[in-house]
Design a protein around this ligand. Structure first.
Ligand code: ADP
Ligand code: MG
Ligand code: MG
Length: 918
């Protein structure tokens, strides 16, 4: 966009509204909204994100901006009856950044712009003249106590500090040290004990610091202060930490920030003034009530900066009942208006309440559900809207086991909750030690400064991972999330000493073998073992908590919203389950069938022996014997699963992994043979095995003899499995049950492969099924890119498609999953090549495109072709929305993620029907 003279860059608060966030940023849009609601907002104006974009594109303020700022400033001066920085009676303003999305990495606000060596005197005089100090009990004469002198010099030193730090990059500690020094000289820890003279002295020191670091005097010209502050806000958009934050949060880089210029109101005028923050409900639990903090005689950031102890908001009722009642009134109005939990910032200036910010507030996962439920009860929103306001990631969080709430162990450190869950174990400092102890059956927590790819084995072996460095995209965090393993990263109070095998925290030493507990949701670290309990939400899904009888707001809200999601969704949700027990749990969690039953485990355990015989078979008879021995065992496995699923569809995948995975590893066999030979034992069998393993060795097993290729190369293997499935289905049906098997052929790339397998399978099925009424479908997995691209041909031979998105991602990207995630994905995330691993969330543009093509061409060739997905993506919230959009019939995921998929399928359905009201 090119800037021209006529572009409107500045909006008065009265001109905006809450829907103009793109233009005015979140803060500006909501200040406008509150202004138009008639709430007491100090007057001001907003400079648009467009002005920022133009500035960033050209390196200078766009034409017309200066003039528009001047006009709005003059209007503000008229309204306030004061001029910016007037020596006798100054108007002061704050300059506040505020982007479309709230960004903690952005510039801080500059308060008190307009103060200088002369207006500070005018401010003191005016402050004293307008009203007398009250609670201090002194006289109304400002010169007597110096109370308002104090206020003016306090405001001035704050300006130099904030301006120096955020506009001119003077290190903030310099100012803080000077302040500490002043307090020390006075023999106090409380900034309120500093009087006007102390603060005047501090201003001198601050000015020296400013001049030393910037090479110029602190700017005295008010308008210059304003312009420099505005420009600094523009530029803060491209500060390194802002860029990093945007990358992590997937916020587009070109939005720019708005700038709000707001007339100052003063919470630091004395004990009858103050500042606070509040929530309209508890953002932790969702409970209704009054939640907030208040700090008397303070300005802006003091509340959150923790320089003095705040008091609970309820205290305000005692301190200033009028303002308190008005505040509660306003909070109720805001909730009604935004129809949601709001958080607010306010200031009281000598008994007069001012609103400085509001927004729909952040909340925990539990609060999100509880509040959505409450708002439905209160008639503020409908169930569609409630469903829209929660999400699968929140539900997943509520399903992790957690530490027992009433444990009395205080945390010793707090880092970043990088991967949720609760884990306890013995501390170890190296990957090797983690593996050793885990092999002995010990639970361990791997503690590192940061992890790297060499730590992978240790991370797999550990219950949890604790690092003292790194954020949410560090190696530890990314890999742990990928593994679903609990991780706390960046716990920087911890000093890790790997060679000494210990860490220290808060003066305590924790050595290898000592037990710690980490909470990957809150980031808290505890010494010793903290008991873990299954979450209430899981108990509810398991059926052990009845929402009708339980006095638990969370469980009731989850129940209500899940029921609505089920009513709304079009996608069916199945589960990936290989055993009767998994199938049973998944059904309790709401699964409507099995989308992927792997048959690999049916070749393991005591059946290995038979598999070895099969692989080593020298003659057709040997092979047929081995297969015949496997048949009844597999049939029994299927009988159990079909019974458990009671007539729901069960997709069984024929054997997929390379056969040598069922044999012992080469090195181990070689050693066995050597040892046995040494002892003079008969080694014929071992030697034969060893030779077979050598023969079957593959450079790239993922791309080798597996899936349908096995079926085509090893006679009788698929036939045995097909027979076991069909016979199990008939047996269950004969017993009065029902079975709906769907046989899925893996790794097909060409229709000819499928046709060959299908012809043989159909013969067997016809023979087994006879007149039992059992129907067996035959379809294929779409997981080789070629299959997706020739889906029209393949559909001719397939009664259903199931997208194997794990392999489709591996082969689509050419990534070997087991190798790349631990080795270098952290770097790809850091560079922003993708925002999330494509194995976690479907890559819409690439892999997703293959799915789209296959779905369209498959259905064109065979109308009504049943389409599903069975990769782990089936339980990923964002991917579920994609599968809904593409028109699949179902998703399938691990039992634990079934509820998440149900919820997201419901959300996807209401979003596409357009009932999104926000
Ligand atoms: P953030 O986005 O970090 O919350 P804000 O722009 O909201 O930054 O400002 C920081 C602090 O300064 C907040 O406590 C806010 O209420 C306070 N503040 C901002 N503008 C004014 C003003 N005009 N008068 C008094 N306090 C203000
Ligand atoms: Mg704020
Ligand atoms: Mg596969």
């Amino acid at each position: 966009m090119t800037a021209h003279e006529t572009d409107k860059y500045v909006y008065d608060f009265a001109e905006g509204n809450k829907d103009l966030k793109d233009l005015l940023g979140g803060k500006g849009a909501n200040l406008a909204e509150m202004t138009n609601l008639g709430l007491p907002v100090p007057p001001g104006f907003t400079i648009t994100t467009g002005a920022c974009q133009a500035y960033l594109a050209t390196g200078r303020e766009p034409d017309g901006l200066a003039g528009q700022i001047e006009a709005h400033l003059q209007a503000l001066e008229r309204e306030m009856g004061r001029r910016l920085g007037d020596p006798d009676d100054p108007l002061l303003v704050s300059v506040r950044s505020g982007a479309r999305f709230s960004m903690p990495g952005m510039m801080e606000t500059v308060l008190n712009v307009g103060l200088n060596d002369r207006s500070v005197v005018g401010l003191a005089r005016q402050a004293g003249g307008s009203a007398g100090p009250t609670a201090s009990g002194g006289s109304a004469d400002p010169t007597a106590s110096g109370g308002n002198d104090r206020f003016a010099w306090d405001s001035y030193r704050r300006l130099i500090q904030m301006f120096g730090k955020t506009v001119c990059e003077v290190p903030g500690e310099e100012f803080e040290h000077a302040l500490d020094e002043a307090k020390r000289a006075k023999g106090t820890h409380d900034d309120l004990d500093l009087d006007a003279d102390d603060l005047r002295g501090l201003v001198e020191t601050y000015k020296k610091i400013f001049a030393e670091h910037t090479g110029r005097e602190f700017p005295q010209e008010p308008r210059e202060q304003l312009d420099l502050a505005i420009r600094a806000v523009f530029e803060s958009w491209n500060a390194e930490r802002a860029i990093l934050y945007r990358r992590q949060e997937r916020i587009p880089a070109d939005l720019g920030t708005a700038v709000n210029v707001v007339a100052m109101v003063f919470g630091n005028l004395g004990p009858d003034s103050g500042t606070g923050v509040a929530f309209t409900r508890d953002p932790g639990s969702g409970a209704q009530g009054i939640y907030g903090d208040y700090l008397a005689n303070a300005q802006g950031e003091d509340v959150v900066a923790g320089i003095r102890n705040t008091v609970p908001l309820q205290e305000l009722e005692r301190l200033d009942k009028t303002s308190y009642d008005q505040l509660l009134d306003i909070m109720a109005r805001l909730e009604g208006h935004y129809q949601d939990l709001c958080d607010i910032e306010f200031t009281i200036e000598r008994g007069k309440l001012w609103m400085l910010q509001t927004r729909v507030g952040k909340r925990t996962a539990a609060a999100a559900f509880v509040i959505a439920g409450q708002l439905v009860d209160e008639g503020l929103i409908d169930l569609d809207e409630a469903l829209h306001r929660v999400n699968g990631a929140q539900l997943a969080q509520l399903m992790f086991p957690r530490f027992q709430l009433d444990h009395d162990v205080p945390p010793v450190a707090r880092g970043i909750g990088a991967s949720p869950g609760a884990a306890s174990g013995a501390v170890v400092f190296t990957s090797a030690r983690a593996v050793e102890l885990a092999a002995e059956g010990k639970a361990v927590i791997l503690v590192r400064r940061e992890t790297n790819p060499d730590d992978l084995n240790g991370m797999i072996a550990a219950q949890g991972i604790l690092t003292s460095r790194g954020g949410k995209t560090s190696h530890a965090a990314v890999v742990a999330r990928g593994m679903g393993k609990t991780c706390v990263s960046g716990a920087d109070e911890i000093e890790v000493n790997v060679p000494a095998k210990r860490f220290t925290v808060g003066g305590r030493t924790v050595s290898e073998g000592d037990v710690v507990s980490i909470d990957g949701t809150t980031g808290k670290v505890y010494l010793g073992e903290v008991p873990v309990v299954p979450s209430e939400v899981v108990q509810y899904f398991e059926g052990s908590l009845d929402p009708a009888h339980v006095d638990n707001a969370l469980v009731r809200a989850v129940h209500r919203i899940m029921t609505h999601a089920d009513a709304r969704r079009r996608l069916a949700v199945r589960t990936n389950a290989d055993t009767g027990a998994d199938a049973a749990r998944a059904r309790r969690f709401g699964a409507e069938g099995i989308g992927l039953c792997r048959t690999e485990h049916m070749f393991l355990g005591d059946r290995r022996e038979l598999v070895e015989r099969l692989i080593l078979a020298a003659t057709d008879t040997d092979r047929t014997d081995a297969l015949a021995a496997l048949l009844p065992l597999q049939r029994q496995d299927f009988v159990e699963i079909f019974r458990e699923m009671a007539g729901l569809p069960v997709t069984v995948r024929l054997i997929d992994p390379p056969l040598h995975e069922f044999l012992p590893p080469l090195e181990q066999l070689a050693v066995n043979v050597a040892v046995a030979q040494e002892r003079g034992e008969d080694v014929a069998k071992e030697e034969a095995l060893l030779a077979a393993v050598r023969r079957m060795h593959e450079e790239n097993p993922m791309l080798g003899l597996r899936g349908v290729r096995l079926g085509l190369v090893i006679p009788g293997l698929f036939a045995m499995q097909v027979r076991a499935i069909a016979e199990a289905a008939v047996a269950v049906t004969r017993d009065g049950g029902a079975a709906c098997p769907e046989i899925m052929v893996p790794l097909v790339g060409a229709v000819q492969e499928l046709e060959t397998v299908r012809a043989e399978a159909e013969k067997i099925i016809a023979e087994v099924v006879g007149d039992s009424g059992v129907e067996v479908l035959i379809g294929t997995m779409i997981e080789v890119p070629r299959a997706a691209l020739t889906a029209g041909q393949i559909a001719e031979a397939a009664q259903f498609f199931s997208f194997g998105t794990n392999d489709l991602t591996q082969m689509g990207w050419g990534f070997s999953r087991d190798d790349v995630e631990g080795a270098f994905f952290w770097r790809y995330l850091e560079l922003g090549i993708f925002g999330i691993s494509p194995f976690e969330s479907i890559d819409r543009d690439g892999v997703g495109r293959l799915i789209r093509i296959a779905a369209e061409e498959g259905r064109a060739a065979r109308p009504g072709l049943k389409l599903g997905v069975c990769g782990e993506h089936g339980g990923d919230p964002d991917s579920v929305h994609f599968f809904h959009e593409v028109g699949l019939d179902y998703v399938s995921c691990s039992p634990f993620r079934v509820p998440v998929a149900r919820l997201e399928a419901g959300r996807a359905a209401i979003e596409t029907t357009g009932s999104d009201s926000r």
